[in-house]
Design a protein around this ligand. Structure first.
Ligand SMILES: CC(=O)N[C@H]1[C@@H](OP(=O)(O)OP(=O)(O)OC[C@H]2O[C@@H](n3ccc(=O)[nH]c3=O)[C@H](O)[C@@H]2O)O[C@H](CO)[C@@H](O)[C@@H]1O[C@H](C)C(=O)N[C@@H](C)C(=O)N[C@H](CCC(=O)O)C(=O)O
Ligand SMILES: Nc1ncnc2c1ncn2[C@@H]1O[C@H](COP(=O)(O)OP(=O)(O)OP(=O)(O)O)[C@@H](O)[C@H]1O
Length: 556
């Protein structure tokens, strides 16, 4: 059983002098012979020899936890003026602003018993500091970073699959899990905090990992979490409205994503130019980029460096051809359904080719490994083939519509969907999701997602409003059910499905915790679906994937 504060860290790192660290980053030298071997920005993960970086936050200042960090073995602290003032106050937490004073000087004696470095904005140097302490591990890895609104996780798994097929031991960092060779840890964030990230990269070198496939979220770019890595190849999937609570507007969201395509973050890039944001990113990128067109849109296809053509059904997914304007070409397939999964697979493929891999080697590796055949936890994850039951992370209107579209061509019988909307977030999307479900499925089960602090019945009612409106407008024969709790809805959908039907359980993907009124409940759609399938007695199931986040079924 893992705890949220477990982390993958290097076993042996050469100690670095705190004095050298101060000199390297232009900070006041503390007059101490202390050394550090790794960095932590949360006291709960501190181990012996760590530099504890005390950051200001929205809920607390990290300096409040410095004493505990030292008790756990931290040998130095880096903080800002506010943190230094907190440390200099009575009992180490007085917060006397007047003592923060000159930011370029080391903090006065704090009673912590370890040197305290002070920087004006420690978050902005944390990535580079953490990298420096553990020996800049990213410089010794072949690194691929993926950003975009949708498709980061899937593309990253396809990258990892292809790199492994090429014979390179790989590491992976993203929403679902972090992998260093055989070590796997469930993720809390899509892109970890800089200190945790650099610790993982250093561990990867110890595990003889050669390549890194990593998701880079917009939050991470805004908060400098990926500083200290210059990706060999950065990739862009797409951009649509999301996270505006954090970024303010779409333009700022785009500007943040664009930072990945600057020399501080990447040497070169591959940009999927299927949407106008991709076209613009290719024009405004500060590093050389190759463009990729996957949808055959005339405006982008003519101008793109790489083009996807000849998409055809293949098994559960699609076969497709990728061709460069210089004539290099390769035909392969992805086992994941839907046009957007061709885009994700093609991006992964082109990133590896732009990273310098030979097209013949890649073709050979793909032939030997069944194409871009990564299975991605909770992304179009097939739990059973008869009836077909698929668990997907689609949790907004666009993704839900695309997921249903993707499954329709390979569904011989009826297509059912089980989904809900999240409480406390974006109420505007609830009726839209209801309408998208009725427009795309034949049987719709409206249920709960994460209600958070809202009344789940009220959230379902808003979804049902949109679903009923679409029922009236549309001319298809759709059956609409409201079933709660979610486990019961999954049970009903699986029980009522005919062998040729498909049941899409959408919205929670790999997640294993459902939050209701501040209480976490164990809930894994895959585990619930398996139990319901077993109860039927006639289902053809697919063996469970082992992922770090799965748990035993605890609900009735
Ligand atoms: C907006 C945002 O990103 N906030 C992150 C930020 O929180 P914060 O500034 O409020 O920090 P805080 O809780 O006040 O704590 C301040 C400092 O004290 C430390 N601390 C705090 C408590 C304690 O007991 N001990 C301790 O040392 C914290 O580690 C932190 O360094 O720093 C925290 C510590 O690392 C993060 O957990 C937190 O992520 C929150 C939970 C979050 O939900 N982030 C999401 C929005 C996010 O980053 N998402 C993207 C993916 C988006 C996508 O879907 O594409 C991601 O990369 O995951
Ligand atoms: N290229 C794409 N375009 C549009 N939708 C996509 C694309 N790839 C995946 N999706 C949809 O988005 C959902 C999330 O996919 P994935 O986890 O790969 O993206 P992500 O960028 O990592 O998202 P998140 O940050 O929310 O984890 C999938 O379950 C699927 O429904």
């Amino acid at each position: 059983m893992t705890s949220p504060f477990d982390r993958i860290r290097p076993a042996a790192v050469t100690p670095r002098q705190v004095t050298d660290l101060a000199l390297a980053f232009g900070l006041a030298v503390p007059g101490s012979d202390a050394t550090v071997t790794c960095v932590a920005s949360d006291n709960r993960v501190v181990a012996d020899g760590d530099l504890f970086v005390a950051l200001p936050g929205t809920r607390a200042h990290g300096a409040r936890f410095a004493a505990d960090a030292v008790a756990r073995g931290a040998t130095a602290v880096l903080t800002d003026a506010e943190g230094a003032a907190l440390l200099a106050g009575p009992a180490g937490d007085a917060g006397d602003e007047s003592r923060a004073g000159d930011e370029s000087r080391a903090a006065p004696g704090t009673g912590l018993g370890v040197p305290v470095l002070v920087a004006p904005d420690p978050r902005s140097i944390l990535g580079r500091v953490a990298a420096w302490v553990v020996g800049n591990p990213a410089d010794r890895l072949m690194t691929f970073g993926v950003t975009g609104t949708n498709g980061k996780t899937t593309t990253t798994y396809q990258l990892a699959h292809l790199l492994r097929a090429l014979g390179w031991k790989g590491g992976l960092v993203g929403t679902v899990e972090t992998r260093s060779g055989d070590r796997v840890l469930p993720s809390r964030l899509t892109t970890p905090e800089a200190a945790d990230l650099q610790a993982v990269l250093a561990a990867m070198l110890e595990d003889e990992v050669r390549t890194l496939a990593m998701e880079v979220s917009s939050h991470a770019l805004a908060q400098h979490r990926a500083d200290g890595i210059v990706f060999g190849v950065a990739g862009f999937t797409n951009l649509s409205q999301d996270h505006l609570d954090f970024h303010g507007d779409l333009e700022s969201y785009f500007a943040t994503k664009k930072q990945l395509f600057t020399p501080a973050h990447a040497r070169r890039g591959v940009v999927t130019a299927d949407d106008p944001w991709g076209v613009r990113l290719a024009q405004e990128s500060e590093v050389p980029v190759a463009t990729l067109s996957t949808t055959g849109t005339a405006t982008t296809t003519d101008a793109a460096d790489w083009v996807v053509t000849d998409v055809a059904p293949s098994g559960t997914g699609s076969a497709f051809t990728v061709t460069h304007r210089d004539g290099r070409t390769l035909r392969t397939s992805t086992s994941l359904p839907g046009a957007y999964n061709v885009a994700n697979a093609a991006l992964a493929l082109v990133m590896v080719l732009e990273g310098g891999a030979d097209v013949r080697d890649v073709a050979e590796a793909l032939d030997a490994s069944g194409g871009l055949a990564a299975t991605v936890p909770g992304r179009m994850e097939v739990v059973a083939t008869s009836p077909r039951v698929v668990v997907d992370f689609a949790h907004n209107t666009e993704a839900l519509a695309l997921a249903l579209d993707a499954l329709r061509p390979t569904t011989a019988g009826r297509l059912a969907v089980v989904f809900g909307a999240t409480g406390d977030r974006d109420p505007g999307k609830r009726p839209l999701m209801g309408a998208a479900a009725v427009a795309g499925a034949d049987v719709v089960y409206v249920t709960d997602d994460d209600p958070h602090d809202e009344d789940p019945a009220a959230v379902r009612a808003a979804v049902l409003d949109g679903a009923r409106a679409e029922l009236v407008l549309g001319d298809r024969d759709v059956t609409l059910h409201e079933v709660a709790p979610r486990e019961e809805a999954i049970r009903a959908a699986v029980r009522d499905a005919a062998p040729a039907d498909t049941v899409l359980v959408a919205g929670r993907g790999h997640e294993t915790i459902q939050e209701i009124a501040g209480v976490d409940h164990a809930l894994d759609d895959r585990v619930e679906a398996r139990a319901a399938l077993a109860a039927r007695g006639d289902a053809v199931m697919v063996p469970a994937q082992v992922t770090g986040k799965q748990h035993e079924r605890t609900t009735a």
